[in-house]
Design a protein around this ligand. Structure first.
Ligand code: DON
Length: 309
């Protein structure tokens, strides 16, 4: 069923688009700096196959930190809860996503949660497989299955650009390696992590992944339980408590749905039991979240009473 452009959504996108001028495209990964800050698009995927959209939904973007919640689901399936949470915590942090500060105050130095970079690096470290290529292909196949699109790939240019400039993430890895939280070669882990972050898709595919989380891991089209229910719930809980970084509290109050953002300007939303949301708006606020994307979710949540609280 093709995704239908929706008049009401178009009105909300037009309203939210005004805020793009107050944001800034991420440029610490040089290849992301070329995005058009005025872009804003959204797709909403319902479990009955219906889909509505507004804006240029064919535009592709890289997942960046949105991939963290997907790799977490994958690793929890691979390794089980106790193994994973012995190595990464469950508590939110009020720090920016790439902060190194808290690690030194903790003993053992395990990162506070899987949504900050330190925690996400530990999660990627736990992806099973023989070599970087096999580990990446396993994660990619999982993402393709959730999005129901076998053509999903990663953007080599963005991956290379982040790999060339990931000094802070390398610092986090060396710290974690010193404390035996990770064991592997840091360059290999950064290679795998930057490829993971550079997996590319459009809003529609992202909305479908959001819908799988919203439906507790079940793909309503195939009837397959892609993610076990308890793992999908853990992921949604992290999305609520840490999905929007140090803006998660305000986001929970104003919008009240599980969501995960990335510095490319993507936001994945999962309205429990109802639908998945994929948004792309590359102009970011000072905390690294899509400025117009958040505004759009605020309007949606108010208009359709989506808050789960
Ligand atoms: O680790 C990084 O810096 C990026 N690949 C992902 C960061 C990110 O998306 C943070 N999101 N708001």
């Amino acid at each position: 069923m093709p995704c239908q452009s929706d008049d009401e959504l178009n009105v909300l996108v037009k309203e939210a688009k005004k805020y793009t001028k107050d944001g800034k495209v991420a440029d610490y990964i040089p290849a992301l700096g070329r995005a058009n800050p005025h872009d804003l698009s959204i797709a909403i995927q319902f479990p009955n196959g219906q889909c509505i959209s507004a804006g240029d939904i064919d535009r592709k973007f890289t997942l960046q930190s949105i991939s963290k919640v997907i790799s977490l689901a994958f690793v929890l399936m691979d390794r089980g809860q106790s193994y994973v949470f012995e190595r990464v915590g469950m508590e939110p942090t009020g720090d920016p996503f790439n902060s190194i500060a808290k690690l030194e105050t903790l003993s053992p130095a395990k990162p506070l949660n899987p949504m900050i970079n330190a925690g996400a690096l530990v999660v990627t470290h736990m992806i099973k497989g023989n070599g970087i290529n096999e580990r990446f292909q396993r994660l990619l196949s999982f993402i393709r299955e959730m999005a129901s699109d076998s053509s999903i790939q990663y953007c080599e240019e963005v991956a290379q650009s982040e790999y060339n400039t990931a000094y802070l993430n390398r610092a986090l890895c060396y710290f974690l390696k010193h404390h035996h939280i990770i064991e592997e070669d840091v360059e290999e882990l950064i290679d795998l992590y930057t490829k993971q972050c550079s997996i590319e898709m459009n809003c529609l595919e992202l909305a479908r992944i959001g819908m799988i989380f919203a439906m507790d891991g079940m793909d309503p089209e195939s009837g397959k339980q892609i993610i076990p229910v308890h793992i999908a719930r853990i992921c949604k809980t992290f999305m609520v408590t840490c999905g929007m970084y140090n803006a998660s509290g305000e986001f929970a109050i104003k919008i009240g749905i599980p969501a995960k953002s990335g510095v490319s300007g993507g936001i994945m939303g999962a309205v429990p039991g109802k639908f998945g949301i994929g948004i792309f708006g590359p102009a970011l606020d000072e905390k690294g979240n899509s400025i117009a994307g958040i505004k759009l979710l605020e309007l949606l949540s108010k208009n359709y009473q989506l808050s789960m609280f």
